[in-house]
Design a protein around this ligand. Structure first.
Ligand code: AMP
Ligand code: MG
Length: 340
């Protein structure tokens, strides 16, 4: 067991110590505006293998490389197309990951054997500070145990990875709360592989045609190859069996209150007073940004309800709602019940 040090992102000397650990090949949990990442030197293959080991991450699921200056992009990919520059200008720094053909310096562990690499320029000041201070591009998937909800606080990271990694840099709760939007420019037309804080509508406004990968909304057909390997795994799952209920508020309340045995609810603010089962609130109805912000903490809190089934309200799918829906439907193992 390692002793995992907790550093404070508001202290410059703590950022410097965490950066030193990364330069030495260590693993550090870092805050970003999306979720906490488990960072290592992206050009150090052995350090990157450590990420997979600490998380229990399948070796075929590639990592996102984080930068703090657009100039770094040119060192990581074979060429930077004009479409990438347009996206960067609109959405970087921010919650958008861009996939491009990789440069030879990218270790196989990072790209999981693919010939592409995913790159993001985060907006969180502490993420930028540690990338700058270390002088390294940082490979960082979400800092959770594989299969668990992604961490949106330093405490979540400690809970999952304390004792397995060198340090966690505490920069407070994440503002977006869901992982980045992932788009590949290695396909023509560009393809949205994972929805996030930057919406499909926003991407289309910049690029014109953008295809929504079928794995965003649906389970992968058996034997089919995943464009984004992360999409094929069951994710974000609390211990209870989650079932999404599609329909309005009244139908949800009626259904849950008449199926109370060993049941709990994942609902919107204001619903809990009318529910006769233990409930966890996740944002406001019709307010996708608040749902995104609270979803992963809510999924973790469901484990404290001590119930075997959780009925969840089905979110709308426009704007950031598409990302909330994409994560929830995976937490539910694609189990959706349409209410009359
Ligand atoms: P995480 O950082 O844990 O949110 O996971 C990164 C996500 O980006 C996973 O779903 C990966 O499958 C996806 N990803 C990373 N690199 C690539 C790539 N080169 N091609 C396709 N998907 C990728
Ligand atoms: Mg993840």
């Amino acid at each position: 067991m390692k002793h995992t040090i907790l550093y404070d992102a508001s202290k410059q000397e703590d950022v410097a110590k965490a950066a030193r650990l990364l330069q030495e090949g260590g693993l550090v949990g870092i805050p970003t505006e999306t979720v906490y990442g488990l960072a290592a030197d992206a050009l150090n293959e052995e350090a990157c293998r450590g990420i997979f080991q600490a998380k229990g991450r399948p070796a075929d699921n590639p990592l996102i490389v984080h930068i703090c200056d657009i100039k770094q992009l040119y060192t990581l990919v074979r060429e930077v197309p004009e479409t990438a520059l347009r996206l960067a200008e609109q959405f970087w720094p921010g919650p958008l990951t861009i996939i491009l053909p990789k440069a030879p310096c990218i270790p196989d562990a990072v790209s999981a054997g693919l010939d592409t690499v995913a790159v993001r320029f985060p907006s969180h000041p502490a993420a930028q500070a540690i990338i700058r201070e270390s002088g390294l591009p940082l490979a960082a998937p979400s800092a959770n145990l594989s299969g668990h909800p992604s961490p949106t606080t330093a405490a979540h990271v400690m809970h999952d990875l304390g004792g397995k990694i060198d340090a966690v840099l505490d920069g407070g709760p994440c503002s977006v709360g869901l992982e980045s939007t992932v788009i590949t420019l290695a396909a023509d037309p560009p393809r949205l592989l994972r929805p996030g804080g930057v919406t499909l509508e926003q991407l289309r406004a910049v690029l014109g045609e953008v295809i929504l990968d079928p794995a965003v909304m649906n389970p992968l057909a058996e034997g089919a190859a995943a464009a984004s390997p992360g999409m094929k795994y069951k994710h974000y799952a609390p211990r209870a069996n989650v079932i999404l209920l599609e329909g309005g508020r009244e139908a949800f309340l009626r259904y849950v209150n008449s199926h109370r045995q060993n049941a709990g609810a994942l609902c919107y603010a204001g619903d809990e007073a009318e529910l006769q089962v233990p409930a966890v609130c996740c944002g406001g109805e019709g307010d996708s940004a608040s749902q995104a912000h609270e979803l992963f903490d809510a999924l973790r809190r469901l484990d404290g309800l001590g119930v075997s089934t959780v009925y969840a309200r089905c979110p709308g799918t426009s704007g950031v709602g598409l990302a909330v829906y994409n994560r929830l439907i995976r937490a539910a193992g694609f189990e959706v019940l349409k209410l009359e």
